[in-house]
Design a protein around this ligand. Structure first.
Ligand SMILES: Cc1cc2nc3c(=O)[nH]c(=O)nc-3n(C[C@H](O)[C@H](O)[C@H](O)COP(=O)(O)O)c2cc1C
Length: 360
């Protein structure tokens, strides 16, 4: 099977093309520190060609979900070191998704600090906080003079990820968080060097990528984008042109991979961004969203993409590559435990052998 064949991604050799998509699971301990439970969760999934660990805060004061981990304190780095050691001991490879939530953050989780964004446009929805569901807040507009601090925050996070033993990092440029808020014109109405044209809107993401490449080398850096996903109230007037520009610029930088979410969670926005990325990005193209193993196999066989990241399927099937190989049925994900604390629905999904042995 193409899905189970090896592939060189940047400077890394992956044994298969069944990758684990980044999944926020809100299991971090006090201080946003990853603990033993998180280490067990990822080590259980070490047969993935590549594990892409969940969205992780690059700097303090930008929490968007209670229980999301950070990578800006020494305690967090020490926690992640346990995770990478466990994954490596199990024979796996793991990248960290580095993330700034921008306007998706809330002051209730950040000592009263107002969230920041490219423009003063709030997400028209509610957010879960320790005080319950509340409306998203109006963000404070980041001044151009503050942008270098954001870039420096991502650089520092990459240095910390390296110290923590990660094999590389994925820059979170998707799903309506800060870098995506700058890229798309529904959330970026600014003028000056970071607003207006596509070149200006993509500037922050590209500056961040350059800084992170300076830490890890291009062969250990990936970028995730979701040009048509309307999640977090996002919209863009020309996602195809945006994808074309971003793909070709990232291609010129020689990064290991571009990770493209091909569709919209809510089916409102459309556009064949995958083909555009394929035509303009020369490195590894990872596709995601709604793939079954069969469709993924066909997409790789046809040359449309190089690898596929599985989200909910990997969440519920720690041994996903083995199940694909055996053409075995997949466990169904339990949505009620996606963001709930504890081991239930996190580290207790059975492998194929455990399923065969019957319920625990
Ligand atoms: C519980 C959950 C948490 C997620 N967390 C993240 C995340 O931290 N970063 C990210 O880029 N996408 C995140 N996503 C999106 C997934 O990476 C993926 O795009 C989505 O599940 C669609 O892929 P699938 O159809 O294979 O599940 C999350 C999705 C789910 C269901």
């Amino acid at each position: 099977m193409h899905l189970l064949s090896s592939i060189k991604v940047g400077s890394l050799e992956l044994p298969n093309r069944v990758l684990m998509a980044p999944l926020t699971r809100c299991r971090a301990e006090a201080g946003d520190v990853p603990g033993d439970l998180i280490a067990t969760h990822y080590a259980q999934r070490a047969t993935a060609g590549l594990l892409i660990a969940e969205a992780t805060m690059v700097m303090a004061g930008n929490a968007a979900f209670p229980g999301a981990p950070g990578v800006h304190s020494d305690a967090q780095v020490a926690g992640w070191k346990k995770v990478t050691d466990a994954v490596h001991a199990a024979g796996g490879r793991i990248f960290l998704q580095i993330w700034h939530g921008g306007r998706a953050c809330h002051s209730a989780m950040n000592n009263g600090q107002q969230p920041v964004a490219p423009s003063a446009i709030a997400i028209d929805s509610t957010v879960y906080t320790p005080d319950g569901m509340v409306p998203y807040e109006m963000p404070r507009v980041l001044a151009d003079a503050e942008i270098p601090q954001i870039v420096a925050g991502f650089r520092k996070a990459a240095e910390n990820a390296k110290r923590a033993g990660f094999d590389g990092v994925e820059i979170h440029g998707a799903n309506g968080y800060l870098l995506d808020q700058f890229m798309r014109d529904g959330s970026n109405k600014r003028s000056g060097p970071y607003g207006g044209s596509i070149e200006n809107r993509a500037r922050l993401m590209l500056e961040v990528t350059e800084a992170v490449v300076g830490v890890f080398g291009a062969g250990r850096v990936g970028v995730r984008i979701s040009p048509v996903n309307s999640y977090n109230n996002m919209i863009d007037s020309d996602p195809i042109a945006l994808t074309k520009y971003v793909s070709s610029r990232l291609s010129a930088m020689g990064i290991a991979y571009l990770h493209v979410m091909r569709a919209d969670f809510f089916g409102k926005q459309h556009g064949d961004v995958l083909s555009v990325a394929r035509a303009n990005f020369k490195g590894t193209l990872i596709a995601n969203m709604g793939y079954t193993p069969d469709e993924a196999e066909k997409a790789i066989a046809s040359g449309a993409v190089d690898a596929v990241a599985f989200g909910t399927a990997f969440l519920a099937n720690p041994d996903l590559p083995a199940r694909i190989k055996a053409k075995a049925p997949l466990n169904a994900p339990d949505q009620s435990t996606f963001y709930a604390p504890g081991a239930k629905g996190y580290t207790d999904y059975p492998t194929l052998a455990e399923s065969a042995a019957g319920p625990r």
